[in-house]
Design a protein around this ligand. Structure first.
Ligand SMILES: *Cc1c(COP(=O)(O)O)cnc(C)c1O
Ligand code: SF4
Length: 335
């Protein structure tokens, strides 16, 4: 076969899945390091073309719980509202990789909610008095203008039973200058309390500019949490996890979840085993403050929700219990 006729696997990846990186992330990559943890997250890789038999287009079962376009209502007291289907970067392991990205041959429909879709989604939320919290996700909702963010915040806060508005975003690390004072001001509104949950996977993402963006949000009175995906070759060591979690706590961001990687197609080269994940969270427990401990969770395939995965630290022994201490030793406990 001539070199010309050879299919380019990276072009094939780019045709199948969205590809993008921001200047802020690009600047962090060491081109001399073939195992750079930032490059691994955003540079397409030929291994993405290999879909394992158990990998799913909708790995966490969003579709099973979608009553109206853009809403995922799986738990009685909270729902997701997916406003946009685009992101400033495309993570190669994204759990919604079949849905996110600009419209293309593979994704002909633009998933961004139209004005009518948004009206219908808000009408659904209003009709469900059990919904206490609305989680804005996507895509990355911090790509919206400050004006749109303000409008959505005000409309949600006007619904009497919606008390919590939670934004899930990667923008404060991947495009920190987008976190403008206007955007931050638009997050808060009388009638509901706002939280921001940051998706970040490596301590090097926490640049000076990211620190400043986080400070703008927290200084405005908006508490921040973080979610991290456990990724082979990016953060699958006790040292990497410890550095990231300490880095977050130091800038007033509380680690919330450490996600076991969802089974999205073409992501198996990023996946740690559950046993590896359990050993890592045990090691993190041994090494770092309680403030630096996220909950290690799995989103059960098929839409059955999240479940904690850390190995249990309580076991029955004869009539009583044994409890595992931070160093792994089992201590007796009488109930
Ligand atoms: C993850 C998720 C939530 C939020 O769960 P928390 O445990 O409250 O963070 C809500 N709805 C859906 C559909 C989810 O996947
Ligand atoms: S930022 Fe989130 S939604 Fe966007 S590509 Fe990354 S994981 Fe997917």
């Amino acid at each position: 076969m001539s070199a010309k006729a050879k299919p380019d696997p990276l072009a094939e990846v780019a045709e199948r899945y969205a590809v993008a990186i921001t200047p802020a992330m690009d600047a962090l990559i060491d081109p001399a390091d073939p195992h750079d943890p930032i490059a691994a997250q955003f540079h397409p890789d030929a291994r993405e073309l290999q879909t394992a038999p158990d990998e799913l287009a909708d790995p966490i079962g969003d579709d099973a719980h979608t009553p109206v376009k853009g809403v995922v209502h799986r738990y009685p007291d909270r729902c997701l509202l997916k406003l946009v289907h685009v992101c400033p970067v495309y993570c190669r392991f994204c759990f919604r990789r079949e849905m996110v990205g600009p419209p293309s041959h593979e994704r002909p429909r633009d998933g961004t909610l139209s004005g009518e879709d948004l009206d219908a989604a808000l009408a659904y939320i209003e009709s469900q008095p059990g919904i206490w919290e609305v989680i804005l996700t996507g895509g990355d909702p911090f790509l919206l203008s400050a004006r749109r963010v303000r409008e959505i915040t005000q409309r949600l806060a006007a619904i009497a039973h919606v008390k919590i508005i939670r934004w899930h975003t990667r923008v404060p690390v991947v495009d920190p200058l987008r976190v403008t004072p206007d955007l931050v001001a638009a997050l808060r509104c009388e009638g509901a309390t706002t939280y921001v949950v940051l998706h970040t996977n490596h301590v090097r993402e926490l640049t000076e500019q990211a620190h400043a963006a986080i400070a703008r949000i927290v200084d405005a009175g908006v508490p921040m949490l973080a979610q991290t995906v456990l990724l082979k070759g990016v953060n699958d060591s006790a040292e990497a996890l410890e550095a990231l979690m300490r880095g977050l706590v130091e800038v007033r961001v509380k680690p919330y979840y450490l996600h076991h990687l969802d089974k999205a197609p073409g992501t198996s080269h990023f996946r740690c085993s559950v046993a590896e994940g359990q050993a890592l969270v045990q090691a993190l427990h041994q090494r770092a403050s309680g403030l630096a401990q996220p909950t290690y969770v799995l989103d059960i395939p098929g839409g059955h929700g999240k479940a904690p995965l850390a190995s249990p630290s309580l076991r029955e022994s004869n009539e009583d219990y044994e409890v595992r201490d931070r160093d792994g030793a089992w201590r007796p406990y009488k109930d």
